[in-house]
Design a protein around this ligand. Structure first.
Ligand SMILES: NC(=O)c1ccc[n+]([C@@H]2O[C@H](COP(=O)([O-])OP(=O)(O)OC[C@H]3O[C@@H](n4cnc5c(N)ncnc54)[C@H](OP(=O)(O)O)[C@@H]3O)[C@@H](O)[C@H]2O)c1
Length: 260
């Protein structure tokens, strides 16, 4: 039986590319809140002759997350690969009135929403002596940027967790990797473009160029590049790899260690 890969945020820009790539080696479960976008991903995977299923899930719902993971395994077999990709990025100045809610929201989705599925699967993975988790963090896990302190904090938390988890779980045969893309050409970046247009009066094209110029490679990262980097770490037989995606060749920030 084909192993299962579970992708949160499977209906998003990066999520859809992840599902298409993973579907060459796994039966894919695309999880998220928006059914329509999930169905588009499932159709894109099917158009390539592969199989994906959509599952509605809000990753901030701990009980539903556990239930969905159990249901998926009961119906389709063991989840062997987990991609924590669901995320939100809302910019706000430090000290804004909704500060604590804003911080909590980012931690709930970007940090807890990503690590909860791994925490749920670890006992089974330990028993099986295998399993791979990949977290789609951000360059904001490696450095700070103004007006996204909540987002950066949540992504730093994710990278810190992954660094510890990769060491702790290495001898159990479980790989934990982190990808840190700079601006990606996806709906999340479209929102940033819209914000720049609204606040500065620049055109959408100028705003997009402005963001692309902030990437070390001078261009936006493509969702397919994130998916290719994910496949690279999933196939690696190592754990703890941290890749930075600058808009150009991936940079190995941390090479990780061989799995035992
Ligand atoms: N775009 C960039 O420049 C960039 C750069 C570095 C890292 N990243 C990271 O890449 C990941 C994917 O982002 P993207 O660029 O593909 O943006 P996107 O198209 O906006 O996708 C975000 C995905 O997260 C899902 N999501 C958000 N809140 C959720 C929740 N509570 N429960 C379940 N799913 C939820 C959304 O699905 P539903 O709305 O269906 O729930 C959507 O599929 C994020 O973690 C983001 O932080 C993006």
């Amino acid at each position: 039986m084909t192993g299962v890969a579970f992708v949160s945020g499977g209906g998003g820009g990066i999520g859809a590319a992840l599902c298409r790539a993973l579907a060459h080696e796994y039966l894919v479960i695309a999880a998220g809140r928006n059914r329509e976008r999930l169905d588009e991903t499932v159709a894109a995977v099917a158009a390539e002759g592969r199989v994906a299923h959509a599952v509605e899930l809000d990753v901030t719902d701990a009980a539903r997350t556990a239930a969905v993971l159990d249901e998926v395994q009961a119906s389709h077999g063991p989840i062997e690969c987990l991609v924590g990709n669901a995320g939100v990025a809302i910019s706000a100045p430090i000290g804004a009135p909704q500060g604590e809610d804003h911080l909590r929201r980012h931690l709930e989705v970007n940090f807890l929403g990503a690590v909860r599925p791994l925490e749920h699967l670890v006992p089974v993975w330990k028993a099986a002596g295998q399993g791979t988790a990949v977290f789609i963090a951000s360059s904001a896990a490696l450095m700070g940027y103004p007006y996204v302190s909540a987002y950066a904090a949540s992504k730093h938390a994710l990278l810190g967790y992954a660094r510890s988890a990769s060491q702790e779980l290495r001898r159990a045969g479980i790989g934990v990797h982190t990808l840190c893309p700079h601006y990606v050409d996806s709906p999340m970046t479209d929102q940033s473009v819209a914000r720049i247009v609204a606040t500065t009066g620049r055109s959408a094209e100028e705003a997009r160029e402005l963001l692309a110029a902030q990437n070390p490679g001078g261009r936006l990262v493509t969702p397919d590049e994130v998916a290719a980097a994910t496949m690279q770490v999933v196939r690696s037989n190592r754990t703890g790899i941290v890749l930075e995606l600058p808009g150009g060749d991936p940079l190995v920030r941390e090479p990780g260690q061989p799995l035992e």
